[in-house]
Design a protein around this ligand. Sequence first.
Ligand code: ADP
Ligand code: ADP
Length: 229
Amino acid sequence: MVALEVAGLRKSYNRAGVLTTALENVSFNIPDRQFISIVGPSGCGKSTLLRCIAGLAEPSGGDIRVGGQAMHGVPDDMVYVFQEYNRSLFPWRRLLGNVAYPIESRLPRSVSSDRARAYIKLVGLEGFENYYPWELSGGMQQRAAIARALVTEPKFLLMDEPFGALDAQTRVSLEETILDLWSRSPRTVIFVTHDIDEAIFLSDRVLVMASRPGRIVEDIMIDLPRPRH
Ligand code: ADP
Ligand code: ADP
């Protein structure tokens, strides 16, 4: 099953009369449950592409289909994890309250709380349920953001340089957590990074982009033995 189809996508920005073509004729399909990375130099349009897919930016042309349907606004089975972990959690809520937030209005409190605790455990933060975000390290805050993204059990997980602001050691341990989570419950993941090694380590497939205008120049299947296979 094709989870996502992008056909002839184009996006330009007009800022004070200056037109920048961020994406030109970008086309690809992603099958269900594929882990795909998008790599390329800064400014090649990776974030723009992800934002168009998430319904956060409006394409200037072309077509995006999710599960065979044309997109209308923000798809509700997609979640987004940003690089800026220090701005993604509510500072006035404890870890448990943050992770439970996306599901608390549609589930009884005891159910949302149990599910939030389960995801907190899966990302390795058991025991920190009552900590506030500012009491957690950067890596722990990004783990919390991932738990909050996964707690809705979305079909699509979109990540924009999620580990870009973390030190090398923290990054490696989060990469391992992501692989572990994916092998427990494979879902369609689109992972943006400028680090080709990270892309190859994590993904089934790597799209390489180039800039001016932003476009896909390589589409590579990765078939390496890895822990999750
Ligand atoms: P990447 O994520 O690969 O670094 P971006 O998608 O952020 O690339 O940017 C692609 C191009 O579009 C760049 O030239 C950038 O300056 C431009 N751009 C991105 N967002 C905007 C915006 N809101 N307004 C004007 N230009 C933008
Ligand atoms: P506080 O109210 O102390 O500022 P929180 O709002 O994060 O901090 O939560 C306090 C406690 O209430 C949490 O430790 C947790 O036990 C529980 N809690 C908070 N939000 C939820 C929720 N959405 N679902 C279930 N339990 C919650």
